[in-house]
Design a binder for this molecule. Sequence first.
Ligand SMILES: Nc1ncnc2c1ncn2[C@@H]1O[C@H](COP(=O)(O)OP(=O)(O)OP(=O)(O)O)[C@@H](O)[C@H]1O
Ligand SMILES: [Mg+2]
Length: 515
Amino acid sequence: MATANAAGLAGLDPYPIRVEVCCTRGPSFFQLVGLAEASVREARVRVASALAGMGILLDEYAITINLAPAGIRKSGAALDLAIAAGVLGAIDKLPAASLGRTLLIGELSLDGKVQPVGGVLPTLHGVRDSEHTHVIVPEGNAREAGLARDDRVHAVGDLKALVQHFRGERSLSLVEPTQFAPETSARYPDLTEVRGQALARQAVEAAAAGSHNLLMIGPPGAGKTLLARALPDLLPPLDYAEAVEATKIHSVAGLLTSERGMIDRRPFRAPHHTISEAGLVGGGEVPRPGEVSLAHHGVLFLDELLEFRRSALEALRQPMEDGFVRIVRTRASATFPARPLVVAAANPCPCGYAGHNRRTCRCTPKLRRSYNARLSGPLLDRFDIHALMQPVEVSALTGSQRSESTTEVRKRVLAARKVQRARFEAGAASSPMNSGLTLADLQPVTRRADTKAFLEKAMEDLGLSARAFVKILRVARTLADLQGSERIDSSHVREAVVGRLVDARTPALIPGSFD
Ligand SMILES: Nc1ncnc2c1ncn2[C@@H]1O[C@H](COP(=O)(O)OP(=O)(O)OP(=O)(O)O)[C@@H](O)[C@H]1O
Ligand SMILES: [Mg+2]
């Protein structure tokens, strides 16, 4: 008998797996029990081949392996290393007692090389305070593992080196702490390329400053996609804690490349509208994160919002409200953080020209109604800012006036973010981001007579929900912060209301219907 230690993951949280190996001499036999999925059961083939490469043949043994606890489904190939070590211990090729307090993570290839696996960083984080004396990870995961800054972590390249380690012949190299420097090079495009569209540009700036979800509605070719793609560069670089969190999510999804080994810039995820519900919010028998979690701390861009499946958009509502996704399955459940800035773009109607200042909409009223019905209601409610766009003015395109660059706008965004954080740290706000403020945080605004009267009329005329009401105040806070004003006055509230015109009961998408 020998026992080796491995770990499984439920979402981002590891749980211990004991690999119990029982070997007797007898007719060749290799069985694996303990609710193992195909990928784990196939470990038999990889382990037997890797050992054969070292001249160790399992033909003469009857081997039974139990993965405990037996009630949890095990998946993936990361248990290979523990299974191989357990077998070697059980047939006395290494001292079984030495396996005791070592955690083993890694996949084996047929020739005995240790292959990188997903989920290393979340596992290391989860076992920070465990009693393991050594944690052994694949060399290909070393950079990622270095983010855990844990001095018990060693990297292994092949099975032979692992055996030498346990026999005390040669020790494995320690994993160096990974130095963190966020990637700051610009992405494409720069805001100077966006002509005209003053209101939409302001909406993008406010979205970046207060982390407000933004919906842009406008005719084809107005610059919606262009603006959305320019937005990520307005955000501050990732900090270390954010990078670690984003890296953990990508690691579980198996999306880290070993040479980078980490997420060092804000994710920008732009899934195609054909994506499934599970692809967007996460899912699977062994829960995996979806796009909304992969975009955590970054931007989730839903271009052509209304082309997405209805079920996918509905599934998105809960994470947009809560900031996390919970996936519950019979044998496994998981929680993934999901707090991206959500930016969406849509046309105002199927033909794209409703509310257009020069062209006429060719859609039938019925078509318009069903389109609006998809756009309205709870989904619309979850966007803090609705930017209604008109086509770019010809003069803006032919003129020589230069638009502000990303660098210039980002200065204001970063200053506004600093103010929000200071307010939070001083205890004057319950969130470091305006998008997370509560009605109580914003109460002083509603006490002033002028803004109170204006808000009441807007609520009445536009038929806004309570959620929309709070969102208006949050955006007003951001607009004031962008101007460096501590006081929110009625002009900020007015602009924030204009940023929600799509909420108006009738005629939903025509600008200027409320003044
Ligand atoms: N405001 C603008 N300033 C400069 N160029 C623009 C602007 N808007 C659009 N363009 C040009 O038109 C192209 C298409 O714009 P974009 O893809 O952003 O439009 P869109 O609003 O997303 O349209 P659609 O609804 O068809 O997706 C851009 O790549 C750019 O070359
Ligand atoms: Mg577009």
